[in-house]
Design a protein around this ligand. Structure first.
Ligand SMILES: C[S@@+](CC[C@H](N)C(=O)[O-])C[C@H]1O[C@@H](n2cnc3c(N)ncnc32)[C@H](O)[C@@H]1O
Length: 390
């Protein structure tokens, strides 16, 4: 794993912030016999109060940030996704969004539902970052119909059980993951240590009993290349298993980049799928300047489906992002947006291409629908049901 040689230079304050976070990480490494599992390192790098990537106030989204997500690319994404509300609106009154970004997804979903006079009673956002929460408040507070629903923020998944829709766009990939390597001796866990200069380095140790058991179960029957390095998320399964605690009846939409398991651990991915973003440059070294870059890992959607079934949820749909958006009417959304603003037609068409094309986000991103409570028959979920690939 290496960093491209020509990343933009961080500023002196950015370097100072990262050095302070690295010191905290190094102290924890030394207090833990020289080894931090990668999920603990990722938690510190992303969420350490005041210093972690999502907690330090730096600009993340958009041209001046580090990356763009589908709702940042186009309002067409949220307007199209809003159609899924109708699968649960007969009884549901609440939408819960995890990790609301800049608030654009919430705004476009709510704008589409307001036009149809189909707003939920409540839109709740679970947000860990104080800076993003403030940005969401400002954006949603400016909507012209805020007196017609309750909009609220939570630090954690709600305690009370609701009925309705859960939206998680690019959340599972941000949940801290473990890393393993398999060699002829068995499974090794890859974690983070430090050298005599306190620089962060990779360290390996034999996988402990819990990790080895999960690896043995999930990798059973796969043809793995020798020396494969891969990620294995324990937290994604916990996140899914928690859903029935706060959704009594409804639908959870999980949108993320990832694959069914046989592709997730495909021999061509020998070095794993950890991705880091800094000023719109993608690289694969998560130990580079912690706190300055986003760190994500591709989702094993088969593991998500298994966790759902174990928690008595229904895997109600699985599709590519393109298949999902086309079935939910993105073309009609595009047409009406173009008619409303002809001067923006070329820009809107380019946005739709980014969301749909296989070379952009169309097939690398997937959408999984989980049903909670009653058996759910989804209307218009996807142009092609891909559940057989899980
Ligand atoms: C790449 S951003 C995606 C933001 C937004 N959903 C979008 O599509 O623009 C990842 C988000 O996941 C959030 N996140 C990570 N772990 C979370 C958790 N346990 N609960 C809620 N949000 C979480 C981060 O705070 C961050 O906002």
């Amino acid at each position: 794993m290496d960093v491209p040689s020509r990343l933009p230079d961080p500023s002196p304050p950015e370097l100072a912030l990262s050095a302070e976070l690295r010191l905290r990480i190094v102290n924890e490494i030394k207090a833990n016999d020289g080894f931090l599992p990668f999920d603990r390192y990722m938690t510190l790098a992303l969420f350490e109060p005041g210093l972690g990537y999502y907690m330090n106030g730096s600009r993340k989204f958009g041209a001046e940030g580090d990356f763009v997500t589908a709702p940042e690319i186009s309002p067409l994404f949220g307007r199209t996704l809003a159609r899924q509300w109708h699968n649960v609106s007969a009884y549901g009154d609440t939408i819960i969004e995890f990790g609301g970004g800049t608030g654009r997804l919430a705004a476009s979903v709510l704008e589409a539902l307001a036009v149809e006079d189909a707003l939920p009673a409540r839109y709740l956002i679970v947000e860990l970052s104080p800076q993003l929460r403030a940005e969401q408040r400002a954006r949603l507070g400016a909507l012209p119909f805020t007196d017609r629903l309750e909009i609220g923020w939570l630090h954690d998944a709600p305690a009370a059980p609701f009925e309705g829709l859960v939206i998680a766009n690019e959340i599972l990939d941000a949940l801290p993951t473990r890393i393993f390597r398999c060699d002829e001796e068995g499974f090794l866990e890859r974690g983070v240590g430090c050298d005599h200069t306190d620089a962060l380095i990779w360290h390996e140790r034999p996988a402990d009993g819990t990790l080895a058991a999960v690896l043995a179960e999930r990798l059973d029957g796969l043809a793995l290349p020798s020396d494969l390095v891969g990620e294995i998320s324990l937290q994604q399964a916990l996140w899914v298993a928690d859903l029935p605690r706060f959704i009594r009846r409804g639908l959870a939409l999980l949108l993320d980049y990832g694959n069914p398991r046989h592709d997730h651990y495909h021999p061509a991915r020998g070095e794993g799928s950890v991705r880091c973003y800094w000023k719109h440059r993608l690289h694969h070294d998560p130990l580079w300047l912690p706190g300055l870059q986003d760190i994500t890992a591709s989702v094993d959607f088969t593991a998500v489906a298994e966790a759902a079934v174990n928690a008595s949820l229904q895997v109600a749909g699985f599709s590519t992002q393109a298949g999902f958006l086309l079935a939910n009417g993105i073309e009609a959304q595009l047409q009406s947006a173009m008619q409303a603003d002809p001067a923006a037609a070329a820009r809107l068409a380019a946005q739709a291409r980014m969301l749909l094309l296989p070379s952009e986000m169309g097939t690398s991103f997937k959408v999984m629908a989980l049903g909670l409570g009653d058996e759910l028959v989804l209307r218009d979920f996807a142009v092609r049901d891909e559940r057989h690939r899980l």
